[in-house]
Design a protein around this ligand. Structure first.
Ligand code: C2E
Ligand code: MG
Ligand code: MG
Ligand code: MG
Length: 282
């Protein structure tokens, strides 16, 4: 585990402790208390205009601070989705992100899973959260898999969300199985190119895929964001291809609000991300 190797100090733990912390039943019972215990933490990763590197927005990314350990979503979110606990957690992330938005000063994007979209109270939750944030400053990110089960329902919910002034981003674009025709009929404002494609930008085929997505986004009138940009070479190619926005470790890792706004430069309140410390933008 990278944090341990790099010795950031915040998340030193043994593999045994880690696997004990992550047993499914243990995750479920832990999560049941996590929201009220204040263990659900929201970090923010900046998104920049590719050409100018001007800060454009931030993406809210949930973390679970369990004891001394900061658990990334990859380790527990599938369990929270299966158990339905993602609904309560997602509501909290949405509220937190909207509350933090004014201080952030730029629009904030929040990830929404299929489970959340399916809950009837979802729209009411969005409306409540919106009261805290500047008009037009909320983006909801959905994935193809979140809409594929019931495209008509998703289209209805997303249309209503948009009528509240919220923008919609299609996350991990290109990794799902939806047809282009279904996707093109969804009310979407932003395409986020999955990092799997960005990682292949040094290959001709990878470049062709990204170029095609950029072209598609342009044709449909969507902004295009490349995710997982890690190297200056990738940034160069993305600029050449006309990709509007970039997000990745090259330009900024996810960090706690205080670190992003520079309110407290000393102690990371929200915890240090695994592998943090190599952020070229700081
Ligand atoms: P995502 O929405 O596609 O978010 C991007 C993920 O890529 C984040 O992982 C981010 O930390 C990571 N990332 C950003 N730049 C780079 C880079 O340059 N290189 C690499 N290797 N990775 C990079 P994270 O935070 O672990 O989140 C993973 C996924 O968990 C997210 O993917 C999203 O699908 C889900 N997720 C995160 N927060 C929430 C939430 O509040 N609610 C829901 N439902 N899902 C969430
Ligand atoms: Mg996302
Ligand atoms: Mg993504
Ligand atoms: Mg992803």
């Amino acid at each position: 585990y990278r944090a341990k190797e790099r010795g950031t100090g915040v998340e030193v733990f043994s593999e045994a402790l880690r696997s004990r912390l992550l047993r499914r039943t243990d995750v479920e019972s832990g999560l049941a208390r996590a929201v009220e215990a204040g263990e659900i933490v929201t970090h923010y990763q900046p998104v920049f205009e590719a050409e100018t590197l001007r800060l454009s927005s931030v993406e809210a990314l949930v973390r679970w601070r369990r004891g001394n350990v900061l658990l990334l979503p990859g380790e527990w979110i599938a369990i929270a989705e299966a158990s339905g606990q993602i609904v309560g957690i997602g509501e909290q992330v949405l509220r937190t992100a909207c509350c933090d938005q004014r201080e952030l000063g730029v629009p904030v994007a929040v990830n929404v899973s299929a489970r959340q979209l399916a809950v009837p109270s979802f729209l009411a939750g969005v409306e409540r959260a919106l009261a805290e944030c500047r008009p037009g400053a909320l983006v909801l990110e959905i994935t193809e898999s979140a809409v594929i089960d019931d495209v008509d329902h998703a289209r209805g919910v997303l249309s209503q969300v948009r009528s509240m002034g919220v923008r919609v981003a299609m996350d991990d674009f290109g990794t799902g199985y939806s047809s282009l025709s279904a996707l093109s009929r969804l009310p979407i404002d932003i395409l986020k190119i999955d990092q799997a494609f960005v990682r292949r930008l040094h290959e001709e085929e990878g470049r062709a895929v990204v170029s095609t997505i950029v072209g598609l986004g342009g044709a449909l009138g969507h902004d295009v964001v490349a995710e997982g940009v890690e190297t200056p070479e990738q940034l160069d190619v993305l600029r050449e291809l006309g990709c509007g926005y970039v997000q990745g470790f090259l330009t900024g890792r996810p960090v706690a609000l205080e670190q992003l706004t520079g309110r407290s430069a000393h102690e990371p309140q929200g915890g240090t991300e695994p592998g943090a410390g190599s952020d070229v933008s700081s």
